[in-house]
Write a protein that binds this ligand. Structure first.
Ligand code: VGL
Ligand code: ZN
Length: 198
């Protein structure tokens, strides 16, 4: 088995001071850098939204950030604008070791569909191409870390398990947004999907 570390969305906007800051997000940078040395491959994901993205509350007149809306593909949280293509907030945290990354996969660039998972957009149909890349390289044992535990990390790990990869989340190297109990829900959902929590 070849093992890949998949580092989810370690970007400025998800760290303290960012547009969608996750509490303690910056505390996991060094632990993630240390983990990178223990894997056969390292893949980074980068949330990458156009300014007119449908997941931004600003693009829904009258809507509050963190309220819910209905999209053609299902319910969707409306987020403060974040990780706008090319912005400082979309850059990786300055302390993250980028030298070990074999590949960076961007997601969320389709203006009409959000993409929490590294594998599929939120319609659960449109592939990012990551599964094919991993299979072509024989990377079948995947470990997930990064931000945010209860959204992009959880959705990525569950999609990995559903597609037949071995999927583990190292919880110490994640932090959660924890919106209305989303952290506990994500843990239960991940376990039910066959994701190992360490
Ligand atoms: C994320 C909300 C919106 C994440 C990305 O990385 O968990 N959450 N976009
Ligand atoms: Zn996003």
């Amino acid at each position: 088995m070849s093992r890949a570390l998949i580092v989810i969305d370690m970007q400025n906007d998800f760290c303290p001071g960012g547009a969608l800051a996750v509490e303690g997000g910056d505390q996991i940078v060094q632990p993630i850098n240390r983990l990178m040395t223990q894997f056969d491959a390292v893949i980074l994901t980068q949330d990458w939204h156009p300014a007119d993205h449908a997941s931004f509350a600003d693009n829904h007149p009258g809507a509050q950030p963190l309220s819910m809306t209905q999209m053609p593909y299902g319910p969707q949280v409306l987020w403060p604008a974040h990780c706008v293509i090319g912005s400082e907030g979309a850059h990786f945290h300055a302390g993250l070791d980028l030298t070990r990354a074999d590949m960076v996969i961007r997601k969320g660039f389709n203006p009409q569909i959000d993409s929490y998972s590294a594998f599929f957009e939120n319609d659960h149909k449109t592939s990012t191409g990551l599964a094919g890349y991993l299979r072509d390289r024989g990377l079948d044992d995947l470990t997930f870390v990064g931000l945010a535990h209860d959204f992009c990390v959880a959705w990525s790990a569950m999609d990995a398990a559903r597609q037949g990869f071995t999927a583990t989340v190292i919880e110490e190297a994640t932090r959660a947004i924890d919106l209305d109990g989303s952290r506990d829900r994500a843990r239960a959902d991940m376990r039910a999907a066959g994701v190992q929590l360490e």
